[in-house]
Design a protein around this ligand. Structure first.
Ligand code: ADP
Ligand code: ADP
Length: 237
């Protein structure tokens, strides 16, 4: 049974020139135990889709189900609970998903506390070779160290969904390999891992590669038809 299932998802943003259709009818199914990569040109809607799947943005149209329940029918409280306990999120800028005032060990223990998960913080830091940086705050870490820490923290307790936007961009091979090994380890523990990426190293590490183009997703779940969003009546701008 999929954790998330989206049908005909639409997303619109206001732009100076009129509404931008960032998602134009996306069908997607997300299941545990797999790593999926979403690739596609810049501006094709990858980040938007990740934000919708992470329940951080409400789609303008279509149907999104979480474990069979319509997300639009969930209470605000239930959505908050899902975001906190079931969804790990790694922003495109890893520092945006870290607590600025906590050191590396604190990132892990705080996430474990929020999720009610038990975790060995030292083992989690060792997994990403950050043992020697345990007492460093994010602003003292390099980009690669921040990214490794952000993925380690988001993956605490192997959340049902682990979503990462370009998790290996600009990383050297060592950091990229650590990040990808960690994502694969969470999938082996049951997480559904979804990442947006342009990186061949990341696509190689994925079980499935889906392509995004002009707000339409294709690949494994290719529906064969082109969806055209009907802008009339959506009226959320
Ligand atoms: P990608 O991640 O593939 O680069 P995005 O999802 O960031 O693509 O963007 C898809 C489209 O939506 C682009 O045209 C982008 O300019 C637009 N867009 C994304 N986020 C916003 C926003 N917050 N406000 C307005 N337009 C946005
Ligand atoms: P805010 O940005 O004001 O905190 P929320 O993100 O809590 O707003 O959501 C505002 C409303 O939209 C709530 O009623 C919530 O149930 C709904 N909502 C939020 N995210 C989604 C989503 N991904 N799909 C459907 N409805 C959502």
């Amino acid at each position: 049974e999929p954790i998330l299932e989206g049908r005909e998802l639409l997303q619109l943003y206001a732009a100076r020139t009129g509404p931008t259709q960032a998602l134009r009818g996306v069908d997607v199914r997300v299941t545990g135990g797999r790593v999926s990569a979403i690739t596609g040109p810049s501006g094709s809607g990858k980040s938007t889709l990740l934000a919708v799947l992470a329940l951080r943005e409400r789609p303008a149209g279509g149907e999104l189900r979480h474990r069979g329940r319509l997300v639009s029918s969930l209470s605000r409280r239930e959505l908050q609970r899902l975001r906190r306990n079931e969804i790990g999120w790694v922003a495109q800028r890893p520092s945006h998903s870290l607590f600025p005032q906590l050191d590396a060990r604190g990132q892990i223990t705080q996430m474990a506390r929020l999720r009610g998960a038990r975790v060995d913080a030292d083992a989690a830091l060792a997994e990403v070779e950050l043992t020697s940086r345990a007492t460093a705050r994010p602003d003292a870490l390099s980009g690669g160290e921040q990214q490794r820490l952000a993925v380690a923290a988001a993956g605490v307790g192997a959340p049902a969904l682990l979503i990462a936007d370009e998790p290996t961009a600009e990383l050297d091979d060592t950091s990229a390999a650590l990040v990808l090994r960690m994502l694969r380890a969470r999938a082996a523990e049951g997480s559904a891992v979804v990442m947006a990426t342009h990186d061949a190293r990341a696509m190689d590490a994925a079980d499935t590669v889906l392509r995004m183009r002009h707000g339409v997703l294709s690949g494994e779940h290719e529906s064969g038809q082109t969806h055209t969003a009907n802008l009339d009546g959506l009226g959320r701008l």
